[in-house]
Design a protein around this ligand. Structure first.
Ligand SMILES: [Co+2]
Length: 191
């Protein structure tokens, strides 16, 4: 795969269709500047501000863009909220569509055929392998991403976080919690 990518880049560069410096800049941006902290700030704001949560539910693309996080390909975002009845899990069964603008680069397992097929066939088993056990009776809803529509899971706000500001709340929101393969962390000092 690496050799193929290098060959493709060489040909496209020789034909003058791409500038390797531009590619490097994009990779560097997604590796170091854009990552799951963006999404964590979106979730923390939704936890802290009911008006923002409403907006996120109605029009996630606009609500997320208001924080300056916009997609490179203009894809639409949808936020799906975990609650006492439903846990949401995101996959791209076809390839690896992922909300880069809020989560950065996808983890390797997200692109793996095993995750992509099993997330829909046996979501509860997949969650167990991620160490997530849901309360009995909780439904799991699986969302299949596409190039046009990408999902951000808003995990449930942990108990004992009333006094935390948004920066501290964002620290509890992991990348996996926003894909649905994890839950938000418990605040420290809460046994
Ligand atoms: Co895809």
């Amino acid at each position: 795969m690496e050799a193929r990518v290098r060959a493709l880049e060489t040909i496209l560069t020789q034909k003058g269709l791409i500038d390797p410096k531009a590619i490097d800049a994009i990779v560097e941006t997604y590796e170091t500047k854009i990552g799951p902290r963006n999404g964590a700030r979106v979730v923390a704001k939704a936890w802290a501000e009911p008006d923002f949560a409403d907006w996120l539910k109605r029009d996630a693309t606009a609500a997320i863009a208001s924080l300056g996080y916009t997609g490179r390909q203009g894809e639409h975002m949808r936020a799906v909220f975990n609650d006492a009845e439903t846990h949401n899990l995101v996959v791209c069964t076809l390839c690896s569509c992922y909300p880069w603008s809020v989560l950065g680069l996808p983890p390797v397992w997200y692109k793996a055929p095993a995750y992509r097929s099993r997330a829909v066939i046996d979501p509860r088993g997949v969650l167990a392998e991620f160490g997530v056990t849901l309360p009995a009776g909780r439904k799991i809803r699986v969302w299949d991403s596409t190039a046009e529509l990408r999902y951000l899971v808003v995990p449930e706000r942990p108990a004992g976080t009333d006094g935390l500001d948004q920066e501290a709340l964002a620290d509890l929101v992991t990348r996996d919690a926003m894909i649905g393969t994890g839950l938000a962390l418990e605040p420290e000092g809460r046994a």
